[in-house]
Design a protein around this ligand. Structure first.
Ligand code: KG4
Ligand code: ZN
Length: 356
């Protein structure tokens, strides 16, 4: 079964064709990072307009890269939740229209659940050269989902059968990377720029706190972000009233690198400690990481060192937003769900994974 996946929930317009939920035939991602970097974050109106400009060419390229015509496509899968409303609308309207015109079943996909399915793609066609996992994960599957909007631990007993066991009480970890990058004068998005700066710094230069929470598998990152802000204010000789947007001008390279390394070390340790705890308590057959922060090498190193089982990580290109994960989950959803009516699919910008 060949599924065309379409993704437009935030600042990437993407289309991809995946066969049987595991074989990647094409993967087209048009990122708007350069457009939003100028503003230090995603501007929703600009994101929606940019999706509109590129969605048709992106879908066309996904078909041609896979050497497919519409006759070769069995179904369409599209992100309908969660995300920016204007952005979600562009992808979902494109998918609804194409499903009607080409008489294809349409599956609505939850973006956060789909991140996990990047780990199910383990084959690719000849002209793609990603370093994919060798085999699919087994159930029960513990997944650490870490992105710009979510930080959660989810235990899957099977496809579509999962339980949220822990989540952030405040900021998502990707959001913390983005905010700390701003304090340190590093470019948006903060994840990759902090990782790069951290390579030049000492992860133990600053002792930053790990929040103690009542929920055994819950996270918190807002205190860590404030601790970074206070430490930077102190280092540059200003008190807590000094505005954070004026700090980057006073931060030198040594402080920037050491703080990036110390923040990254602590944020990742928080994630890894809770994942280890959940692993011990639930004894899953596999562990996967998913979402943009799963691209982080420090996370991969710390997690591999902390867990007794080996992890076959998904390639970085499939950790950040893409449509291959949407098409992959579309396949498994098609086995358990009825297609959705293309005439009345509504987007749900703030639907969490627990409520689907
Ligand atoms: O999954 P994603 O592409 O979009 C959302 O669904 O949110 O995740 C984006 C987030 C951003 O906060 C970005 O800073 C973070 O992923 N990110 C990283 C890395 N690459 C992207 N965080 C840490 N290390 C990275 N290498
Ligand atoms: Zn995402």
């Amino acid at each position: 079964m060949r599924i065309l996946g379409i993704e437009s929930s935030c600042d990437e317009t993407a289309a991809s064709i995946v066969e049987d939920g595991e074989r990647l035939l094409s993967n087209v991602v048009n990122s708007q990072i350069d457009i939003h970097a100028e503003y230090g974050g995603v501007i929703p109106e600009i994101a929606a307009r940019s999706h509109l400009e590129v969605i048709n060419p992106v879908i066309k390229k996904a078909l041609s890269d896979a050497n497919c015509t519409w006759d070769d496509i069995d179904a369409i899968a599209v992100t309908y939740a969660p995300g920016l409303i204007g952005s979600l609308l562009i992808g979902s309207l494109a998918a609804r229209t194409l499903a009607i015109i080409h008489h294809k079943p349409l599956y609505k996909i939850h973006h956060v659940e789909a991140h996990v399915y990047a780990n199910f793609i383990n084959q690719q066609s000849g002209n793609l050269f990603l370093s994919l996992p060798k085999k699919q994960p087994s159930f029960p599957l513990l997944s650490l989902i870490v992105s710009g909007g979510h930080s959660q631990l989810v235990l899957f007993q099977n496809h579509g059968d999962y339980q949220l066991i822990g989540q952030t009480q405040d900021d998502a970890v990707g959001e913390a990377f983005d905010k700390v990058a701003k304090i340190l004068g590093l470019p948006y998005p903060g994840g990759p720029s902090i990782s790069k700066a951290a390579k030049l710094g000492d992860p133990h230069a600053f002792h930053l706190p790990i929040a103690k929470l009542s929920g055994e598998y819950d996270f918190s990152f807002s205190g860590l972000k404030t601790a970074v802000l206070r430490a930077v204010q102190r280092e540059v000789g200003k008190d807590f009233t000094f505005p954070s947007h004026e700090l980057p001008g006073l931060v030198d390279d040594e402080l920037r690198h050491n703080m990036a390394a110390s923040f990254q070390f602590t944020a990742i340790k928080t994630l890894v400690d809770k994942t280890r705890q959940a692993y011990d308590d639930f004894q899953p057959a596999s562990v996967v990481i998913a979402g943009g922060v799963a691209a982080n090498q420090e996370l991969r190193h710390q997690l591999s060192a902390a867990l007794p089982l080996s992890i076959d990580y998904a390639p970085i290109q499939l950790c950040t937003d893409n449509a291959a994960m949407i098409a992959a989950l579309g396949y498994y959803r098609a086995q358990i769900d009825q297609p959705t009516n293309p005439y009345d699919l509504e987007v749900q910008p703030s639907l969490s994974m627990t409520s689907i």
